[in-house]
Design a binder for this molecule. Structure first.
Ligand code: NAD
Length: 513
């Protein structure tokens, strides 16, 4: 199969329109601490350029310091220890969370535009994501009325045990840049629903929508100090969330490197840790799969969000008998993919988050070639003058030990590996340090379910990809993380369980006089 050169991608590439009026204004944000909008004591700021529109600065927020973060932690601690939030009934909390969901919908277009310009993702995708987030808040709002403990009524005639569910306390939440609004909305509503207070540290690349969310929450009636946002760089304002004993739990989403570092720091003060880290998602395609649907799903799985997706299906593990037919369909779809300007309504995938990240992805393509894989498509940057774009890229003849088969690339790069037997497919799928997500494509449900049972991944799909709903848990096996978010599992994550032992009448004497 021949490599498609840059020129053929240019036909589908929407060149960014740098005169688009939506790029005209630079939005200025302030942190949210104890219910107030504040600047950093440093007086410094972070400026964000749109990754899809070179040279256009579209947002500016404070470069916070450890002192700012400490103030936010203090506010969250006081709000938890003395404020009304943790003591409110589930019904009262639910009313406020519902109002926040409504506020998100009211500001959907504004939030989508900010998300699109800060991340480089397509505007229509961003709009859909904001709508999904309103649903996450709505789900948590409903469920937080039903949070319950347990009773133990069979531990003796004069004994009764109650398990009281209590909030975990002050939670530090650190988020990455690829899905800023989704990831904060997969954590904060559950933490708040359980009665916790939070200090959120969004990525220094994409802080705008998280700040707006905290402002919307205040407008919706959330008490001051319950939802604080600090902005800036990880070592200055993030690390303290793991170090400070006033924080009871830290929930981190991001790279394995930073996650393990924070877990080590948190261990020193025996702090609870939730980690959602990287992935190297396999997509197993059996010979009996619907090839049209599988090709479409494989394309979505690897190109969605320009491949900057922790649950991306970046490894195609395909039965050898259908490998040429599937790859042919996939290459055809990949060549026709409308990409480019994130502000264009037709764009399906936009820009990469930063120039260094673009170079990292290009470095992996070079590593794939060096290790002997066959490049079937793409592998190159596109129109670098206007933004950080990378062509849809497909490798074939990848060996499982190659770097492109083992390491998270976080870009639109697919590594194809063939298999003959189901056992081989499972071994290949499980053969990385990660275990975040995995997909199986087959018309035979028995094959699909039995295969899925053997996969060591927290989120599995049969005949779909990147699917999720507020009801279902997410989280990682192996190096992909610890803990579960969403559904009823997410509330457990942000709860403490206290055992209350009651004696009815006089108990057994310990020492009879
Ligand atoms: P990152 O680890 O570089 O940064 C994540 C966050 O941590 C950012 O807010 C950053 O400022 C902060 N940070 C950096 N250094 C820190 C430090 N020393 N102390 C405290 N905080 C610090 O990750 P990223 O590049 O923003 O995101 C990409 C990674 O995130 C990928 O590996 C991806 O797989 C992962 N991710 C995982 C999930 C999931 O749900 N499992 C979701 C999205 C992204």
């Amino acid at each position: 199969m021949a490599i498609t050169s840059q020129s053929s991608f240019q036909d589908n590439f929407a060149v960014p329109n740098l005169s688009d009026p939506r790029l005209a204004s630079k939005r200025a944000y302030r942190m949210v601490i104890d219910g107030k909008s504040v600047d950093s004591v440093s007086g410094k700021v972070v400026e964000r350029e749109s990754p899809g529109h070179r040279g256009k600065v579209i947002g500016v927020w404070p470069a916070g310091t450890t002192e700012d973060a400490s103030r936010a932690i203090g506010a969250a601690r006081i709000a938890f220890d003395n404020g009304p939030w943790g003591r409110m009934s589930g019904a009262e909390r639910s009313t406020i969370l519902h109002a926040i969901a409504q506020g998100i919908l009211k500001h959907q277009d504004e939030l989508a535009l900010i998300e699109c310009l800060e991340t480089g993702k397509p505007i229509n995708q961003a709009r859909g994501e904001i709508g999904y987030c309103a649903d996450l808040w709505t789900y948590a709002a409903g469920q937080c009325r039903g949070l319950e403990g347990d009773t133990h009524n069979a531990i003796g005639t004069n004994r009764l045990g109650l398990v009281l569910r209590e909030p975990a306390g002050v939670v530090g939440i650190i988020t990455p840049w690829n899905f800023p609004f989704i990831i904060v909305s997969e954590r904060v509503p559950w933490a708040l629903g359980a009665g916790c207070t939070v200090v959120v540290k969004p990525s220094e690349f994409t802080s705008g929508t998280t700040i707006r969310l905290a402002e919307i929450a205040l407008e919706a009636g959330l008490p001051a100090g319950v939802f604080n946002v600090i902005t800036g760089y990880g070592p200055e304002v993030g690390q303290i969330l793991a170090e400070d004993p006033r924080v009871d739990m830290v929930a981190f989403t991001g790279s394995v490197r930073v996650g393990t570092q924070l877990a080590g720091i948190a261990a020193a003060n025996v702090k609870r840790v939730g980690l959602e880290l990287g992935g190297k998602g396999p997509q197993i395609v059996f010979a009996d799969a619907d090839l049209e649907a599988a090709a479409d799903g494989i394309a979505y799985g690897v190109y969605h969000n320009a491949g900057q997706c922790c649950i991306s299906g970046s490894r195609l593990i395909v039965q050898n008998s259908i490998r040429p037919a599937l790859l042919e369909r996939l290459l055809d779809l990949s060549r026709r993919l409308p990409f480019g300007d994130p502000l264009a309504a037709t764009t399906r995938y936009g820009a990469m988050v930063s120039v260094p990240h673009l170079h990292k992805v290009a470095g992996y393509v070079a590593a794939g070639l060096e290790d002997g894989a066959e490049l079937l498509l793409g592998g190159e940057k596109i129109d670098e003058g206007s933004g950080n774009f990378f062509a849809p890229t497909v490798f074939d003849k990848v060996r499982p030990d190659m770097r492109i088969a083992q390491e998270e690339i976080f870009g639109p790069v697919l590594a194809t590996i063939g298999f003959d037997t189901p056992e081989e497919a499972v071994a290949l799928a499980n053969g990385t340090p990660f275990g975040l997500s995995a997909g199986v494509w087959s018309r035979d449900l028995e094959t699909a379910i039995q295969t899925t049972r053997k996969l060591r991944a927290g989120r599995c799909w049969i005949n779909s990809v990147i699917d999720g709903t507020p009801e279902m848990p997410i989280g990682g096996y192996k190096m992909s993380g610890v803990g579960r978010e969403l559904g009823r599992y997410g509330f457990d994550e942000y709860s403490q369980f206290k055992g209350l032992h009651m004696t009815l009448g006089r108990g057994e004497p310990w020492f009879e006089h």
